[in-house]
Write a protein that binds this ligand. Structure first.
Ligand code: FMN
Length: 293
């Protein structure tokens, strides 16, 4: 449960909002979100993040235009900023804690949109007091979503394939890559995987792949892999200096998995210990394993 609501309903209710109402976020709502973020700032793989909610000034909104994010955000009244130190798993942990905040914001009735870009020297970095050893891999626009989508937004959504998700059989596998997992074999985890599938991802590439461990008949062990989009990280890094956004997507998937499982009474935790599973190609990387407690 989150804020008295089912996490499954919150995940289903979330979608990227790119047009906001002018109304500023109500003070008690801001306070609730800030309190939540400070209580949930450490990622499942141990990275401590620093999260902050800022009220968006007109200058912040203008500044977005120079930051190589795609899509056009109109009228966001707030931004959620986050910084993590350099280090292993920092992007995954960043994705997890920021998505946790996104879901909480959703439960408070706020719209959100993840924005990946080049933030290192931005006014967002300055507002957060970004340290030498820290990175600010993405920001989240927030505020009350306008009821009606602008046409331009519908077009962006269509281009990003935002309303589409890859079919189950391309995402979830039974014991090995290439062996699709049936819903029956997933058992109570079918809903958990459904909620991973609804997660946001950069350019809606959905790089998450999950394998049910074949030695665990009761579905106690699940391995998360990243299927990189050819050229995506290199192009972003080389052209735009953008963080490895597909690793952020992995953290988002870990968040949706763990929170949904927890709500269904399936308690467990993420650890990193690569299993002996053959990867289909060099673009596939092991990320982490969820084990039932
Ligand atoms: C790490 C990350 C970066 C993103 N960057 C942008 C962005 O720069 N501009 C934008 O309009 N949407 C951005 N998005 C939102 C995705 O396009 C969106 O999540 C995806 O198309 C799925 O749509 P949905 O969130 O409505 O389910 C980003 C999402 C993630 C997870």
């Amino acid at each position: 449960m989150m804020n008295g609501q089912s996490i499954i309903e919150v995940i289903q209710a979330r979608s990227s909002c790119r047009t906001y109402q002018e109304t500023p976020i109500a003070l008690p709502v801001q306070q609730q979100l800030i309190a939540f973020m400070s209580a949930h700032a450490v990622g499942p793989l141990g990275t401590p993040a620093r999260l902050s909610l800022i009220a968006a000034t007109e200058e912040d909104r203008q500044a977005l235009k120079g930051l190589s994010t795609y899509g056009f955000i109109k009228g966001a009244t707030g931004f959620i900023l986050g910084a993590v130190p350099h280090g292993d798993f920092n992007q995954e942990d960043f994705g997890y804690v920021m998505e946790h905040a996104v879901l909480y914001a959703t439960s408070l009735g706020l719209g959100t949109c993840w924005l990946g870009g080049t933030f290192a020297k931005s006014r967002f970095a300055a507002k957060l007091g970004l340290g030498e050893n820290e990175v600010l891999p993405a920001v989240i626009a927030t505020g009350y979503c306008a009821a009606k989508r602008r046409v331009v937004e519908s077009v962006i959504r269509r281009q990003a394939g935002a309303d589409q998700r890859l079919p189950w059989e391309r995402l979830f596998f039974d014991g090995a890559f290439g062996v699709p997992l049936s819903r029956e074999a997933a058992g109570p985890f079918a809903t958990v995987l459904d909620m991973v599938r609804l997660g946001p991802s950069a350019s809606n590439k959905q790089p998450w792949r999950i394998i049910k461990d074949k030695t665990s008949s009761d579905g106690a062990v699940w391995h998360l892999f990243m299927q990189r989009t050819p050229g995506y990280a290199k192009r972003n890094e080389a052209l735009l200096g953008i963080a490895d956004m597909q690793r952020i997507d992995m953290g988002i998937a870990m968040c949706h998995f763990a929170l949904t499982a927890e709500e269904l009474g399936l308690h467990g935790a993420w650890t990193v210990r690569e299993p002996a599973i053959e990867k289909p190609d060099a673009l596939t990387a092991y990320i982490a394993t969820w084990t039932r407690a």
